[in-house]
Design a protein around this ligand. Structure first.
Ligand SMILES: [Fe+2]
Length: 313
């Protein structure tokens, strides 16, 4: 109840559109804490197209989670079930028992209300993400936009294949950090301009194992879910890949997706001739290797979405 003896500044605060109590940013998401009291938080999110947000169930988590979509559209996968949310739609889970993967079909804004504080965890995982992304960029010369492009294309294929929420989150995280193991490979081998010796190539192959270990580390709990993708992204359908020579269904499907996207991206990125030609040639080459190097299910899904890829950089 409003007490007229209390000056207005003590019972109400007004923030402009860009202001909040705290804001956390990633390359494709802005999360602004707009209210927090007694453990309940209201967070406003902007998620760019194909941006992803995940919720991981915790054993002791027994809280109410709800989403209210303001603009855009979201593809929400809870366990194996997928629904599309439009403005005004709500999603309520109390509590969350399985992974939830939210993918923005277009640029979207939504409110996330949690009955337990989550914003600080967000902040920590976002900071950890950034730190590792910078390390990869420094080591490999890859830009953040390259890694994000691999993530986005991979996720489009994963949605086309109707992966469950756990696999979609694994794919999103694993695709973004698939080459993180390279930070443990000596520069003189990684940057060597000429042909690698067999011994040097054996060392390069280790980036898959190093990647798995870095992502599995308890120091990076927010990356654990993507470790299998880092470990298997150089496995090939016919068993000719590394580090284990896995074949067909032995290969984790999200890793098989990153294998196709990483190869495609290398084909369209590294050659200095016309983009449209490069794209058509790359698609033809991927198709010609379907059932050989690449999982045919992945190639079929790739063909359905490749026209919407924007190779912007
Ligand atoms: Fe790699």
């Amino acid at each position: 109840m409003y007490d007229s003896s209390t000056p207005p500044s003590q019972w109400i605060s007004i923030f402009s559109r860009e202001e909040g109590l705290e804001t956390a940013y990633t390359h494709n998401m802005t999360a602004t804490l707009i209210a927090s009291k007694n453990g309940t938080e209201i967070i406003h999110h902007r998620l760019a197209r194909i941006g992803t947000m995940g919720i991981t169930p915790a054993a002791d988590w027994n809280e109410l989670e709800s989403f209210y979509l303001l603009t855009g559209s979201l593809r929400v996968t809870y366990g194996n079930e997928t629904s599309i949310l439009y403005p005004g739609d709500k999603l309520v889970a109390a509590p969350v028992h399985e992974h939830v993967c939210i993918v923005a079909i277009e640029d979207s804004e939504f409110l996330y209300v949690s009955s337990a504080p989550v914003f600080q965890t967000y902040r920590e995982s976002i900071d950890g993400f950034h730190e590792l992304a910078v390390q990869i960029a420094l080591k490999d010369g890859y830009t953040a936009s390259h890694c994000e492009r691999i993530r986005r294309y991979s996720l489009m294929i994963g949605c086309e294949l109707n992966l469950n929420a756990t696999d979609l989150l694994s794919l999103s995280c694993g695709a973004l950090f698939h080459d993180i193991g390279k930070i443990r490979i000596p520069d003189e081998i990684l940057m060597k301009p000429g042909k690698l010796t067999p011994e040097e190539f054996d060392i390069i192959k280790q980036h898959t194992i190093f990647g798995r270990d870095i992502m599995n580390s308890p120091e990076n709990p927010f990356l654990n879910i993507g470790s299998k993708v880092a470990e298997q992204h150089h496995e090939r359908y016919d068993g000719s890949g590394y580090p284990y020579g896995l074949k067909r269904d032995e290969i984790y499907l999200p890793a098989a997706i990153v294998a196709v996207v990483d190869s495609y991206d290398a084909m369209v990125s590294n050659r200095p001739y016309q983009t449209a030609r490069k794209k058509a040639d790359a698609v033809r080459e991927i198709v010609s290797l379907s059932g050989k190097l690449y999982d045919p299910r992945v190639v079929d899904a790739f063909l359905k979405v490749v026209d919407t890829f924007v190779d912007e950089d």
